[in-house]
Design a protein around this ligand. Sequence first.
Ligand code: FCB
Length: 439
Amino acid sequence: MLPKRSDFPPGFLFGAATSAYQIEGHAFGGAGSTHWDTFAATPGNVVRAENGARACDHYHRWGEDLDLLQGGNFDVYRFSTSWARVMPEGRGAVNPEGLDFYDRLVDGMLERGLKPALTLYHWELPSPLADLGGWRNRDIAGWFGDFAQVVAARLGDRLWSAAPINEPWCVGWLSHFLGHHAPGMRDIRATARAMHHVLLAHGTAIGVLRSAGVKNLGAVCNFEYAQPADASPEAAAAARLYDAYYNRFFISGLFRGEYPAELMPAFAPHLPEGWQDDFATIRAPLDWFGLNYYTRKLIGPTGGPWPAHGEVEGPLPKTDMGWEIYPEGLHHFLHMARDYSGELPLFVTENGMAAPDRLAAGTVHDADRIAYLAAHLAACRRAIAEGVPLHGYFCWSLLDNYEWSLGYDKRFGLVHVDFETLRRTPKASYHALAAALQR
Ligand code: FCB
């Protein structure tokens, strides 16, 4: 079912991804408070008000987790550093225990023949910076640059790649317009500022990393294929607007130094003054571009205030997230990314599914996940055959983990985690991948 390593071009890299807050256990090792801790502590935001205080206890079990990556025949481990673990106040003093942890982790990867692919920020903003307005405050570009400097100085010589920020859309729109993620805002001005400042912080960090001698720098955006809910011109316009702020805003800023025109009438008044001048920083040259892809959405008009559209339930089979399975969307975005990034190497930096996994007799029969991965890997092969410069594919996720506002309910792992005992059990998908990726 799964294609084999030899079905891909020589040197094609396979990996698995995680993120700090979702697995480490934020209560350990002197990490500072983050906006996810306080968001989760506020009723109604997260299922059962669960947080990342213990998560998968990766902070203590990282050796076992790296062994799983090695045993799965993966080439790359995409992980992230927690800003509040490295700098508990977000600025100023460094927590030596935090830096030591990531130092050991990177060495542990190298010892096991794994390439360390760092993401600096995967969403756990230090609370003292949230108090200052977080992503709404233009100063975040400088604060983030300083954090990048500290991490680069300690880990930079041993990283395989580095990307500043995971999924700008989630940091911006999902967290400041829809309010589904921390800080849970619903405000268009906050959204426009956060979306622009995320890119400014990205460009600033790329400059810092580059000067520090860190190699192989990229950006990671998430994409959702937007299709009109029906054949009307109104639905077509609705899907196009959704596509503009979701799929094109960031990649267009990064590679073309402009934002999609259809967004501007409603959005431009809320962007920070002088935003056009920031593209010199935002467009800092990159070495690769990463795509995270999971699903498509059917979009139709709703009336009411801008953007006056919404999701319509689609007919395709769905994952445990309620997300339709649509591998053609990944194929579409691989081509779209190339339209922006040209011959820059592309990576699928996240792809995978949540399934209602049950542990029985020491294993999990997640045939649905194997089929999902196979279908998306087939979409990758098709794009490669058509000339798309795709150089690697990373699964989300190595472990079942803290799925943000859905708490520990949604299982995305190749490895099952029992959140009582913290025992790890590789699922059938893990074993299938390990066999397919044998060298
Ligand atoms: C992505 C996130 C990741 C995880 C998956 C399911 O948007 O990067 O942390 O939540 O979705």
